[in-house]
Design a protein around this ligand. Structure first.
Ligand code: G2I
Length: 450
């Protein structure tokens, strides 16, 4: 089905300051080994580069070619929303959501779940509920959908767009909000119980700088962290117009400083203004914030967009636009945490064989299973390829792996880099992950360069 093009959200985009695009110009990567795809370049910086995709477009070969070569994360544009997954109360429909999931997993990509609870795109039956009936239905929805995808989702937008626009800094009125102010934390607790491995995000728009709305969300996240409400990340949609607020990066950083990851979740930028520069500014901001784990653009080609102002990185024919080149150059030039005032970090071609590496593992465990995130750190010399050996306890086996290929499960499993993350600059790192049954590994993994 064709996605309906909506008129540009004038009120939303008018919020964007036209003033502050720094006159940075483009930084061109000059090294012979610069990565040539968005996903590969972002992976070199320990980040993903994703796209929102639609199940109805997966039969389009240009679309899937761009998807599988350029992107390392997928977000379902509509297929995991409430109206799609629970069209009748208690009757769940995961066919199209599963298609997005399987497309992502089969390509070794992360999958961002979007969105468990939102005031929009609710099924009719939910729109007509209120009070405890709605609250119970909403929590059941979170439990069932997050449970269906348990262990497979990198990050869930648990709650989407719950804050009001304008200067109040308060919550948006909605049927969910009228069930009580604690509906958001109830949703996060239910999501954690249903899928302990997923990072749980709050996601919103018009949060592209330090403003009343982003400060309202900031205050909520700070309160959640103080009270132990499970929240791991904040998504900044970043539907942008012809300018970008000068406090864009500082805003990401203040959230990261609360102890949550930040992600750019729905990036698109109006064409006609400074599109290429604004894309680069957002990319550099993410690279400059250590806890900015990745960027997702909201569609692949301009013709796939919900907007009618050609806001994406590929034109309708699937050709790379200036905005694409601008993002790739920014990724290739950027360091992982380097403030933008510092000179860009450039990498020289790694010597064959590369330097030494070391690996650390962190676990997210539940009764009967776990997800392991393994960080591969380069030493003082660049690494050209790596293998990490992880000893699994008896009774444990690997069931899925992302950003690496695994051999030898059960027992001591050997994880080897995939094409886009073998090269790690000196002092840099990359990450891969795997899910397993039983208890997770306890010993420090052994990393060898290849
Ligand atoms: O509005 C842009 C995005 C803002 N943040 C949350 C996102 O979830 C939202 O995505 C858009 C989708 O890109 C559109 O594709 O959400 C819209 C709905 O609010 C989506 O549009 C809907 C159309 O309104 C429906 O008529 C259509 O049936 O897409 C549906 C599926 O194609």
């Amino acid at each position: 089905m064709q996605i309906r093009k909506r008129p540009r959200r004038t009120a939303l985009l008018a919020m964007v300051s036209a003033a502050a695009t720094a006159a940075t110009g483009l930084v061109f990567a000059s090294t012979a080994d610069a990565a040539t795809t968005l996903g590969a370049s972002a992976a070199e910086k320990g980040r993903y580069f994703g796209a929102a995709i639609a199940a109805g477009r997966l039969g389009d070969s240009t679309y899937t070619r761009l998807l599988t070569t350029e992107f390392t994360s997928v977000t379902p544009e509509n297929e995991m929303k409430w109206d799609a997954t629970e069209p009748q109360q208690g009757r769940f429909s995961f066919t199209n959501g599963d298609r997005i999931l399987n497309q992502g997993l089969s390509n070794g990509s992360k999958v961002r779940g979007h969105a468990l609870l939102w005031h929009a795109q609710q099924p009719g039956w939910a729109q007509s509920l209120s009070g405890s009936a709605l609250r119970n239905a909403a929590i059941n929805h979170v439990t069932q959908v997050a449970g269906h995808y348990k262990g497979k989702i990198y990050a869930w937008d648990v709650v989407n767009e719950a804050f009001a626009d304008g200067g109040s800094g308060g919550r948006r009125d909605s049927n969910l909000q009228r069930t009580g102010n604690d509906w958001i934390e109830a949703a996060f607790r239910a999501a954690r119980a249903a899928d302990p491995a997923a990072k749980l995000c709050y996601n919103d728009y018009n949060t592209d700088g330090i403003n009343a709305k982003s400060t309202g969300i900031y205050t909520m996240v700070r309160d959640f962290k103080a009270r132990g409400v499970p929240i791991d990340c904040v998504g900044f949609q970043s539907h942008l117009g012809t300018g970008i607020d000068s406090s864009y990066q500082a805003n990401l950083q203040r959230f990261a400083d609360l102890g949550v990851d930040v992600q750019i979740t729905e990036l698109d930028v109006q064409q006609g203004g400074n599109q290429a520069n604004i894309y680069a500014t957002v990319t550099r901001a993410c690279l400059a914030v250590a806890r900015c784990t990745g960027i997702t653009v909201w569609g692949i080609r301009d013709s796939d967009s919900w907007r009618d102002d050609n806001p994406l990185l590929f034109d309708g024919g699937g050709n790379k636009k200036a905005a694409y080149t601008s993002v790739l150059n920014a990724l290739n030039a950027g360091g992982t945490t380097t403030p933008p005032s510092s000179p860009p970090v450039t990498t020289s071609p790694p010597p064959s064989g590369g330097g030494a590496c070391a690996a650390t593992v962190s676990l997210n465990s539940w009764n009967g299973g776990y997800v392991a995130t393994v960080r591969v750190n380069a030493g003082s010399a660049p690494v050209n390829g790596w293998t990490v050996a992880v000893a699994l306890p008896s009774g444990s086996a690997v069931t899925s792996t992302w950003n690496a290929t695994a051999t030898g499960s059960p027992g001591t499993v050997s994880f080897r880099n995939v094409t886009y993350n073998g090269q790690i600059p000196a002092g840099g790192h990359t990450e891969f992950g795997f899910q397993g049954t039983g208890a997770g590994p306890t010993a420090t993994p052994a990393c060898t360069v290849t």
